[in-house]
Each structure stands twice: as C-alpha cells, then as structure tokens.
Design a protein around this ligand. Structure first.
Ligand SMILES: Cc1cc2nc3c(=O)[nH]c(=O)nc-3n(C[C@H](O)[C@H](O)[C@H](O)COP(=O)(O)O)c2cc1C
Length: 422
C-alpha cells in the first residue's frame, strides 16, 4: 500500500508549501544530479559505451510494450513483495552494484546502505565500492545485501573477497561477466578520466589482506607497456588524491608509496578476460552462498548457467556501458526466461526508470529488477535521503501501476498484461 501512502504524504506536504527535493521524473532526476556533480564524475555515471546506442535501446525496448489494465478485480490489498534466495523483498527491485559512489557523494556506499536499510531494499555491494564491505554490512545488519564480484587475475583474491562476503552476511554472490575489460566509453575517454587511477573505487581491494600482501610481490598480469606519467601539476594532484585514498594515513602512505602501488596492482589484476565456464567451478567449490551471473543476454548462456548449478541470472548489459550496439535487456529477457524454464530466478537491469518498467519486466518473466543510475542521482542530490526518496518513489509507482493494472500481487503479473506497441 506504499503507493497511496507516499502519494498522500507528498500532496499533504504540498499543502504546507513543501515540494519533493528529488525530482520524480527520470530525465529531470538526471539533470538535477548533473548540477550537483563534477563534470567528469557525472560523465562517468551517465555515459554508455561508444555512441550510446545500447543506452538508448534499453529505454526504447520498454516503450515497445504497453500495459493493458484489467478492471473490477478488487485491488484494495496489494502485495508487491517477491522472494529471492529465502529472503522476502518488499518490492521487486534491488540496488544494482555501482562502483565509485564517492563520485556522487562523500558518504558514498554508506549513505546508500543506510537508505537501503531504511526501506528494507536489497543492496548489492560493488567490487569497486568506495567503502569496504564490512562497514556496509554493519550498517545493514539483517537487511538483505549481496556482493558483486569481478573475477580478478588472482584466484587468491577471488577467494578472499568471496570469504569476506560470506562473513558479511551477503545472501548471494553476483559474478559480473560483461566487464572482463572496460567497454569503449567515449565520454570518459574524451575527458581522459578513469577514477580507479586516482585511487577511487578500490576500497574492497585496499581493505583486503590478500590484496595488500600482493602489493609487495612481483606483477601478476601479462606484460604490457606501462607508460610513466610526466611529472606535471596534474600528475602531482593525482598523486595526492590517491595517497589520500589509501587507508593508512597520508604521511605514512606517501612515505611507503602504497597508494601508488595499490593503483598499479589493481590495474594489473582487476579482471580476467580469459574467464570461462570452467573457471566458475573454483567459486562454486569455495562458497555455499548462491551464485548469480550478471551480464547474461543469450538463451544458450542462460541454459548453460542452469546446467552448471548457478543459482540465478541477471539479464544485463551493464546499463549500456560495455558493448555499444548490444541487444537491449528487455529484448533479451523472453528467450532467457524460456531457456531457464523456471528452474532459477531471472532478474533484469539496464534502463529501468519507473514502476511501469518494473511491471513490464515482471510481465515478461523477471522475478525482480535492479536499478543503477537513478539511485546514484538521488545520492548526488541529497545523500541518504535522496536515495531513500528514489527508492520510495519507485516502490510507490510500482504499487500503483500494479494495482491500477488489475493485479493484487507481483506474482500475478504475467505476459497477458502486455501488448506490443503498434
Ligand atoms: C557508474 C556506474 C558504475 C557501475 N559499477 C558497476 C560495478 O562495479 N559492478 C557491476 O557489476 N556493475 C556496475 N555497474 C552496472 C550496474 O550494476 C547496472 O548493471 C546498471 O547500472 C543498470 O543500468 P541502469 O543504470 O540503466 O539502471 C555500474 C553502473 C554505473 C552507471
């Protein structure tokens, strides 16, 4: 019943002259966030790969379906909750793993974790988070949280991250498959800006015992030319920035050189393009936590995931940030759902911007969706409160859309509720 409650609260606030601080419309939300962020930070969040065709295709795919509401079905009492890996989520969406949240707000992942706990929404910790997972788990306590893993070149680091996630009470480990290399991101390349090289978004590494041990060892990755930056003012500023980012105190880090070493080692090992299905067995043998594959777009890969004993898949193209021209996720969803045949849950992300989008994804067979950029924009505008508003608005919008479409529970939503746009 969150829909009516939230709506009433907003209208009543209006009577006293208060209007929502965080825009409800997705485009206005993005514009408002842009005003609060440094240009290179906003570009890093908003951008897609290449000419951003997949970024646009994700949205267009939602427009190709329309909802056909049914009437006279008693929707007074509604249940928007869904079950995932033994936990009930109040609404069918989670907060997607988003790295480098310090670009949006200094409290970064901690503010997001507080908003997630405030609302009972599941949060997926990013491998590229700005805050170590242990602190986030302390904020969230029993509130649902998962961990997202990038498969490093170091197996020992993979094992260490998975073990930490398990200890942190993460109820699933999401292995992201679509970022074994960074996509060709034109906006970031034009600004020559990659936050990791400034020590941002590597907190899961610098807080990890295996990673810190690797700092003192020989390089792990393949030999590639490592151009040395010229000693310019900008290079000096970067050195200060990454020294500050290392959790050892500024002076100690400057003396030890560990800030720079951490960035260098991270760049060498952060991901493994040689990853195959066989490699995944390594994780399966080391954790009893459900494993979810993120970045599945082909029915055959989804079927293989089931065969390999994987516990869930996320139909994702990384918000259009990896392969420009890749299939939109809503387009890919029906074939994946069919291949999986109800044996494991199928989730979807990329381009979800409102309650109707959530409804359409569920109608086409997703158990739940994940949202990325919208909550980052809420974070940029108003920190924890901003993220909470984005979550509450989406939950309310979904509840009302579901009820007005004639469904009283998320599980009732099926393909019969949609028609293709003529
Ligand atoms: C700034 C940014 C950073 C991201 N970082 C990660 C990450 O660390 N790990 C990951 O699996 N996905 C990451 N993603 C992808 C999201 O998890 C998600 O797939 C995507 O944002 C969903 O699309 P949406 O932003 O259109 O909702 C990132 C996305 C953005 C926008």
């Amino acid at each position: 019943m969150i829909g009516v409650r939230r709506q009433t609260q907003i209208y009543l606030d209006g009577v006293s002259g208060r209007r929502p601080h965080v825009p409800l419309d997705a485009v206005r939300l993005e514009t408002a966030a842009e005003r609060c962020m440094r240009p290179e930070a906003f570009a890093y969040v908003a951008a897609g790969a290449g000419n951003e065709r997949t970024l646009a295709a994700n949205r267009a795919a939602f427009d190709r379906w329309r909802i056909v509401p049914r009437t006279l079905r008693d929707v007074e009492r509604r249940d928007t909750s869904v079950e995932l890996f033994g936990q009930r989520l109040p609404s069918p969406f989670l907060l997607a793993p988003v790295g480098v949240l310090e670009l949006a707000h200094p409290e970064a992942d901690c503010a997001v974790a507080r908003a997630a706990r405030d609302t009972g929404t599941a949060m997926v910790f990013s491998n590229q988070a700005s805050k170590p997972m242990e602190g986030l788990a302390r904020i969230l306590e029993d509130s649902p949280h998962w961990f997202q893993l990038y498969w490093s070149r170091s197996d020992a680091l993979v094992e260490s991250l998975a073990t930490r996630a398990e200890r942190c009470g993460c109820r699933a480990i999401v292995v992201t498959l679509d970022t074994t290399m960074l996509g060709w991101r034109s906006r970031d390349l034009e600004g020559a800006y990659l936050p990791f090289l400034r020590g941002k978004g590597i907190a899961q590494y610098t807080s990890d015992p295996v990673f810190t041990q690797l700092l003192g060892e020989e390089r792990v990755g393949p030999d590639e030319p490592q151009p040395q930056p010229r000693p310019t003012l900008a290079a000096l500023r970067t050195l200060i920035e990454l020294t500050r980012a290392y959790p050892d105190g500024f002076v100690r880090t400057l003396r030890s050189g560990r800030g720079r070493a951490a960035v260098k080692r991270f760049a060498e090992i952060y991901s493994r393009p040689s990853l195959t299905w066989e490699t995944l067995a390594f994780l399966r043998e080391r954790t009893s936590v459900p494993i979810v594959l993120k970045g599945i777009l082909h029915a055959d890969d989804a079927a293989r995931a089931v065969e390999e004993g994987i516990d869930g898949v996320i139909v994702s193209n990384h918000g259009g940030r990896q392969v420009d021209g890749a299939i939109a996720t809503l387009e890919a969803l029906p074939a994946v759902v069919q291949a999986v045949g109800g044996r494991i849950p199928v989730l979807l992300d990329s381009g979800v911007r409102g309650g109707a989008d959530v409804f359409k994804a569920l109608a086409l067979g997703a158990r739940a969706v994940l949202i990325g950029r919208p909550y980052v924009y809420g974070l940029a505008i108003a920190g924890r409160a901003g993220v909470r508003e984005v979550i509450e608005n989406l939950a309310a919008d979904f509840d009302l859309t579901m009820g007005l479409a004639g469904c009283s529970s998320a599980s009732e939503i099926g393909p019969g509720a949609l028609v293709p746009t003529p």
